[in-house]
Design a protein around this ligand. Structure first.
Ligand code: GRG
Length: 343
């Protein structure tokens, strides 16, 4: 099997929202607030809190927020996002960052955003505490946008935890169902993208139906994003993905293609190979079984359907400046789906 193009939804692709007028200026204001929010009297804490922030990242979630903020009543030409929107967008990136700190502890990940993870650079306790600090700063910053936005972000953190817990409960469970997989993806990945869009639209004063439509975009986009991330983990080489691959299966995280393969005629053999502590040869054979069948193509098809649903939602949004960003984001996903070709 050959992967001709890898558009990792997580690593190699530029921010599609950069086509939105003024987005770069607004993102620069978000960056400034992120630095301010992570400045402390303790140089060690500041370094830990800024470690992944300074390492990069595409800033998709704050971009969703900024683009969605333009969906309300038109504001004067040349004026940027409100201070409340900027702080909300920065708070959203901090929630994402805090989740990455904790995720890397759970996964024992060595790298993130091309640099050593916080747990690798310092240690796990440090990563947990500095991740908590980053989340606390997200709450503080979001209050500029009002208590309703702070509450929405807090409940979204809860959804991330629910999604992650569902995944942990299914670790090394060869009976994991597709429904439980989808519920986990909805919580751990789609929830924050949905909320990023909703928060922006709320900050911009959009109509309730517009808020719901852009939130639905974020949800579909998020599910497609996670499905593609999982496919890349199963199909790409280390060089193509820019990170260790086949990591999920080794960690006992059985994603949709593996779940489908387990339900097939190859299921018994696959189940016997997927035992905790399996050696490299067993893992290679398990991966070969999953790659051989139709299941990865089926997941790519499901991702395409979600990317299509995201694109369709955009037909119901008003023609405001942010719309081109959402279109570009949906197009990028559709191209990612097309780019992952199996032979
Ligand atoms: C306490 C907030 C909190 C969460 C605890 C650990 C956890 C529960 C949830 C895991 C959430 C998680 C990390 C999901 C993966 C989402 C994902 C696909 C991240 C990659 O996003 P990109 O590609 O990354 O946008 P960059 O680096 O560009 O920002």
């Amino acid at each position: 099997m050959v992967v001709t193009t890898v558009h990792s939804p997580g690593a190699t692709v530029a921010n599609p929202f950069s086509v939105v007028p003024r987005l770069d200026e607004d993102l620069a204001r978000v960056e400034q607030r992120l630095l301010e929010a992570t400045a402390t009297d303790n140089p060690a804490m500041t370094a830990m809190a800024r470690h992944l922030l300074l390492a990069g990242g595409k800033r998709i979630r704050p971009s969703c927020c900024l683009a969605a903020a333009s969906l309300g009543a038109p504001v004067g030409e040349g004026s940027g996002a409100s201070a409340a929107t900027i702080d909300a967008a920065a708070a959203i990136e901090l929630v994402h960052l805090g989740s990455l700190y904790h995720d890397d502890v759970i996964d024992h990940a060595a790298t993130r955003r091309g640099v050593p993870s916080v747990n690798a650079r310092w240690d796990e306790a440090t990563a947990i505490v500095s991740g908590d600090f980053v989340l606390a700063q997200a709450s503080v910053l979001s209050t500029t946008a009002g208590a309703g936005i702070t509450a929405l972000l807090a409940s979204t953190i809860g959804r991330l935890c629910d999604g992650q817990l569902l995944e942990l409960e299914s670790q090394f469970d060869t009976g994991r169902t597709a429904e439980r997989y989808r519920a986990s993806a909805l919580g751990k990945t789609a929830a924050l993208l949905e909320t990023s869009c909703r928060v922006g639209a709320l900050c911009g004063g959009a109509e309730p139906d517009v808020i719901d439509v852009v939130a639905a975009f974020g949800r579909s986009y998020g599910i497609a994003f996670q499905l593609l991330d999982d496919v890349i983990d199963l199909t790409a080489t280390v060089e193509e993905a820019g990170k260790p691959t086949s990591h999920d299966m080794a960690q006992g995280v059985y994603t949709l293609a593996v779940i489908a393969a387990l339900g097939s005629a190859d299921g018994d053999r696959l189940r016997s190979l997927l035992r905790p502590g399996a050696g490299a040869a067993e893992r290679d054979e398990a991966l070969a079984i999953v790659r051989r069948g139709p299941w990865i193509d089926d997941v790519i098809g499901e991702a395409a359907a979600h990317a299509g649903a995201a694109a369709d939602a955009l037909d119901h949004l008003p023609p405001r400046p942010g719309l081109v960003g959402f279109r570009a984001a949906a197009d990028q996903l559709v191209r990612s789906v097309d780019g992952i070709r199996r032979s």
